[in-house]
Write a protein that binds this ligand. Structure first.
Ligand code: NAD
Length: 457
């Protein structure tokens, strides 16, 4: 059997090796899931909810060791691992509260002996190919509502969050979800590719645009429901009436939280020229307070870069910005090894000729650009192939809402950033993806609406 080696990105040390899947085991497990799905879907919803409720309780009971596992394999600072697990509890509660209403059969017409109803039936067997940066969040956005609505789930955690994926499987199985209904598939891209070749009824992917586009191409002729939650280059505009210090503190956190490795990290900042210098000074001062170091320490705010190849992306964006005349205010190079480290890096006097304002950095790197006013800010915010989130800082609600209405993004933020709510749909425009998770729409997306035309005989 194949073995997958798991390393600690903060030290480079081998944590362990685990048995990995191959094309044959992926095929066998997919067939088992197919055979098991109908029985799971046939259970009363209350029984599936009871399993997820027990899963929630197990997360609460094991929160510290689960946080430590995630931190060791991803380099995520431990307090952010705890935040993710605590945040997941709120998402589970939302799904448990909303699933009955979102999936109840609706009678939409009932006259003269004719009844019309919409029934929400499960898709069947769904594949969930997941990312490492928030493995509980992005996985849970899929497998929790998918299981609640009666689907079997073939779950491929990222190879950089495998131990977390195995912990999720262990807890779901202990909570009563059958082994063949939630099936972890362990390995890297080849195992994901093998999963695409199976008979599946839905594919729910979270990851990079490059992989998402490859998957879309492979799945194209298959006519299977496809959702892709991909990267972003999320902008925020700070208006001249905003408070520079308050905006800088919020946006420094939005840019550097999780070491900048969030899909909705603030990746571009535009600041009105009248407060530009004050904002930049406050931003740099805030980032300098962020403690870089051992992700297992409570005091650490900036941890390791999870994937070593991302260091090359960051180096290239820094070199490109320097070559094109940007001002480096702090950082700009790798941190001392062993492990994958990058110094928190801030550039001012950047422009859209530079890669760091165009392509996802996915690290502790940010450019701050000066703008002359609202029109230029909106034009620049929309000058991207992505469209995940965007924000405006201003005390003027009407102005901020008018600006955000013009921005092409799935989520928009007024005086906040880097925020996800279980109550709101999470989706991307353009190369940030297709489909959505979260909200009641993100429950129904795991079902197929079946139309019933019933005439009294
Ligand atoms: P990735 O694309 O490298 O990998 C994602 C998953 O795809 C992994 O499980 C990987 O093993 C698998 N995979 C790789 N090649 C495959 C193939 N040919 N066929 C099938 N599966 C394959 O992405 P990543 O580095 O894990 O995640 C980072 C990216 O995810 C960033 O771009 C980030 O913005 C994005 N992301 C988006 C969201 C969102 O909600 N929009 C959330 C989190 C992360």
């Amino acid at each position: 059997m194949n073995q997958l080696a798991i390393h600690n990105p903060a030290t480079g040390a081998l944590i362990t090796e685990v048995p990995a899947d191959d094309a044959a085991s992926v095929a066998a497990k997919s067939q088992q899931a197919r055979a098991a799905q109908a029985r799971w879907a046939g259970l009363p919803l209350a029984e599936r909810k009871a399993c997820i409720t027990r899963f929630r309780a197990a997360i609460v009971a094991e929160l510290e060791p689960l946080a430590a596992i995630m931190t060791r394999e991803t380099g995520k600072p431990i307090r952010m691992s705890r935040n993710e697990l605590n945040g997941l509890l709120g998402r589970i509660d939302f799904f448990l509260t909303e699933v009955d209403g979102s999936t109840a059969t609706q009678t939409v017409f009932n006259e003269g002996g004719m009844t019309e109803q919409i029934e929400h039936t499960p898709l069947g067997v769904v594949a969930n190919i997941s990312a490492w940066n928030y493995p509980w969040f992005v996985g849970g956005n899929v497998f929790i509502p998918a299981l609640l609505t009666g689907n079997a789930v073939l779950y491929k955690p990222s190879e950089y969050a495998t131990l977390t994926g195995l912990a999720i499987a262990r807890l779901l199985h202990a909570a009563g979800v059958p082994q063949d209904v939630f099936v972890p598939l362990i390995g890297g891209g080849a195992v994901g590719a093998a999963l695409l070749a199976q008979k599946i009824d839905g594919l729910f992917f979270t990851g990079s645009y490059a992989t998402g586009a490859r998957i879309a191409q492979a799945m194209g002729p298959r006519l299977v429901k496809l959702q892709l939650e991909l990267g972003g280059k999320d902008p925020t505009y700070v208006c001249e009436d905003a408070h520079p210090q308050t905006a800088a503190e919020s946006l420094a956190d939005g840019a550097m939280y999780n070491t900048g490795q969030s899909c909705c990290s603030v990746e571009r900042i535009y600041v009105h020229e009248t407060i530009y210098e004050a904002f930049v000074a406050a931003f740099v001062a805030t980032v300098k307070t962020f403690q870089v170091g051992d992700p297992m320490l409570d005091s650490t705010y900036i941890g390791a870069i999870t994937r070593a190849p991302q260091l090359d992306v960051l180096d290239a964006q820094v070199a490109d910005a320097l070559a094109k005349g940007a001002t480096l205010l702090m950082g700009g190079k790798r941190g001392a090894g062993p492990g994958n480290w990058y110094e928190p890096t801030v550039f001012s006097h950047v422009n859209h000729g530079m890669e760091l304002m165009r392509e996802e950095s996915f690290g502790p790197l940010i450019g701050i650009q000066k703008v002359s006013g609202d029109a230029e800010a909106v034009k620049l915010m929309n000058d991207t192939r992505y469209g995940l989130t965007a924000g405006v800082f201003s005390p003027d609600a009407a102005r901020a809402k008018a600006l955000l209405a013009q921005v092409n993004a799935g989520s928009v933020y007024w005086n906040c950033c880097d925020r996800v709510s279980p109550r709101l749909p999470w989706s991307g425009h353009g190369d940030s993806g297709v489909g959505l998770t979260l909200s009641t729409y993100g429950i129904q997306t795991f079902t197929r609406p079946k139309a019933w035309h019933l005439r009294q005989g």
